[in-house]
Design a protein around this ligand. Sequence first.
Ligand code: GLU
Length: 300
Amino acid sequence: MTGRYAPSPTSDLHVGNLRTAMVAWLCARAAGEPLRLRIEDLDTGRVRPGIAERQLADLDALGITFDGPAMIQSERADAYHEALASLQTYPCFCTRREIAEASSAPHDGVRRYPGTCRDLTDAERAERARERPASLRVRADGTTCTVYDRLHGEVTGVVDDFVLRRADGAWAYNLAVVVDDIAQGVDEVVRGDDLLGSAPRQAWLTERLGAEPPTYVHVGLVVDDEGTRLAKRHGAVTLPDLAAGGEDAGRVRARLGASLGLCDADAEVSMDDLLERFDPTTIPTEPWVWPGARSDHSAP
Ligand code: GLU
């Protein structure tokens, strides 16, 4: 088994991200297998300089370490080109708004493309191409795919014709994540359960690219007292913020370990101590409420 942790360097990691990274580390180490790091820096509009280094420093402070060099997505264009060339695709000229209007309400957080541009004639394509640039979608023809998740069991989802390359030329997350997991030899994907709905698409694409889909472990998110997903606006939720308030990395490690049922929140524990008590079959699936995180209804 090879695991991975794949943060996007858009802001400091909060305790929810750190908890998922902790589970990824524990799963890989418990199996005696490597844990790879991948920097998912394709979303150039949101990536900020210096953040990847800060994220790594925070992970390191907790004792979450990686094996081998990090893979950097912005250096992987050749691999994405090669994968794209091996897939059946078609150009799509729809705007987000057109898709929202034509498709049913999002299911599992994933809006499914209704296939509007799938069967355009060459003449129609040429005409639409004069109006706006096209994204490229894979031809999946409404198939379904079932994945196995250690916490959620078998999960089946419709695979729509999802985007592989955006109209602005950027590589889509769903293509990059699959190409890179294959290249890094990843066969167990541990990540937040907000991405559970994307797993059937990604597993299907993995098969199309000639590899075996990974096993998944979609970990419950960290939420505030009203069940809202944790975000920066919840206050002190990153390691630097918590340190400024007097809680060092050791204390945060214990609080995260406690949320996984591995220690008391005020224990002095190392990652190896947590590993000794870790059992992958007892990872909690329910969201974990970060104590003190309140919904701020005055926020914009
Ligand atoms: N880069 C994604 C994120 O930070 C995670 C993608 C994945 O684990 O598949 O949310």
